[in-house]
Ligand binder design. Structure first.
Ligand SMILES: Nc1ncnc2c1ncn2[C@@H]1O[C@H](COP(=O)(O)OP(=O)(O)O)[C@@H](O)[C@H]1O
Ligand SMILES: [Mg+2]
Length: 302
C-alpha cells in the first residue's frame, strides 16, 4: 500500500510545555487513520505540524511525499483542512463561502455538487451564524473538499454535536473515504474512533502509546471478557473451576463473570449442565476505554 503520511520523531514544545514529545506513525492510502487521546495530549499540535501550520522543533515528516516545513504551498493544494469555528464571518452565506473557497483554488470541484452532496442546498442562502451545529460541520467538510484533496484532516469534527448529528457526521466521514480520500481523524471520543478508524494511534502526554486497528488494540490490551446473567440458584461456586474464569462477582441475582478466551461458551455449557438456562446470558466486550486504562492506568476523560 502507498504511504500518504510518514512521521518520524516529531517534537513540538511551547516554552516549557512539551506538547508533542516524540511521535512516529504512518498512514496508508485510503485509510481512515485516527489520533485518539484525552484533551491536551498533543493531537492538534501534531496535525497542525503535519499541515505545515506550525513548525516542529525536530522530526521528519512527509505528507503525500512533501515536506510541510519547506514546501507548504505544494502541500496546501493537495490536502483539505477542516476550519476552526471562528474561521468564517457570521454573515457570510453558505453559497458565498463555497464560491469564495473554490475561487481560491485552481482546479477545484463544482461546489454546487458538493453543496447538494452534503445536504446544504436548502441552506444555500442562509448566513453562517444561522446554521445549526451539524450544518456548520457539514459546511466545514464541504469547504475542506473544495480543492479535491487526496488527504483530509478532520480535528474534533463531532465535538458539540448531539448524538443524531454525530452519527450523520460519521456517515459523511465514511463517504469521504469511499470517494478515495485518505482521512486523518483527530478525536477524544472512543466510540467514534472505534466506529470509524481502520487504524488508530492512542496519544497520551505527547507520545503514541499504541497503534493498531481498534479490534487489534482490544485483543492485545483488553482481552478480558465479561459474562453477565441472572439466576436465583444460590451456589454457583462450581463455575470457579472453569479454566476460562478469573473472577465471579454477585449482586443479588445478577452474576458477573470475568474471564478470557471462550469464556461465554464455557460458562453457558457449565450452567446448562447444572440445569440453569438464563434468558439474559450475554457478554460485554471490552472497548478502547479499557485499552486506554490498561496502557496508561488513567481514564480518557477528566
Ligand atoms: N499555542 C499554544 N501555546 C502554548 N501552549 C499550547 C498551545 N497550543 C497548545 N498548547 C498546549 O500544548 C498541549 C497540547 O495541546 P493540543 O495539541 O491542543 O492537544 P489536544 O489537541 O490533544 O487537546 C496542551 O498542554 C496545551 O495547553
Ligand atoms: Mg485538539
Amino acid at each position: 500500500m502507498e504511504e500518504v503520511i510518514r512521521v518520524e520523531n516529531l517534537r513540538k514544545t511551547y516554552g516549557k510545555t512539551i506538547a508533542v514529545d516524540d511521535i512516529s506513525f504512518e498512514v496508508a492510502d485510503g485509510e481512515i487513520f485516527g489520533l485518539l487521546g484525552p484533551n491536551g495530549a498533543g493531537k492538534t499540535t501534531a496535525v497542525e505540524c503535519l499541515q505545515g501550520l506550525r513548525s516542529p522543533d525536530s522530526g521528519n515528516m512527509r505528507i503525500l511525499g512533501i515536506d510541510p516545513v519547506t514546501n507548504i504551498r505544494a502541500l496546501r493544494r493537495r490536502i483539505g483542512s477542516q476550519l476552526q469555528e471562528a474561521a468564517l464571518p457570521d454573515r457570510i452565506k453558505v453559497w458565498e463561502a463555497l464560491d469564495l473557497f473554490a475561487s481560491l483554488t485552481p482546479g477545484s470541484v463544482d461546489w454546487q455538487n458538493l453543496m447538494e452532496q452534503w445536504g446544504l442546498a436548502e441552506k444555500r442562502k442562509s448566513s453562517f451564524s444561522s446554521l445549526s451545529g451539524g450544518q456548520r460541520q457539514r459546511l466545514f467538510v464541504a469547504l475542506a473538499l473544495v480543492n479535491k484533496p487526496e488527504l483530509v484532516f478532520l480535528d474534533e469534527m463531532t465535538t458539540g454535536l448531539d448524538p443524531a448529528a454525530r452519527h450523520t457526521a460519521w456517515d459523511l466521514i465514511r463517504a469521504i473515504r469511499d470517494q478515495g480520500t485518505t482521512v486523518l481523524l483527530v478525536t477524544h471520543f472512543m466510540e467514534e474512533a472505534e466506529q470509524l478508524c481502520d487504524r488508530l494511534a492512542i496519544v497520551d502526554h505527547g507520545r503514541i502509546v499504541a497503534t493498531d486497528s481498534p479490534q487489534g488494540l482490544i485483543t492485545t490490551y483488553a482481552d478480558k471478557i465479561k459474562v453477565i446473567f441472572s439466576t436465583d440458584v444460590e451456589d454457583i461456586s462450581w463455575l470457579e473451576f472453569l479454566p476460562q474464569v478469573n473472577t465471579i462477582t454477585r449482586r443479588g441475582q445478577r452474576v458477573e463473570v470475568e474471564g478470557n478466551g471462550p469464556v461465554l461458551a464455557a460458562v453457558a455449557a457449565e450452567l446448562a449442565a447444572h440445569g440453569i438456562l438464563p434468558a439474559d446470558l450475554r457478554t460485554e466486550q471490552p472497548s478502547l476505554e479499557d485499552v486506554f486504562l490498561a496502557i496508561t492506568g488513567g481514564t480518557m476523560h477528566e
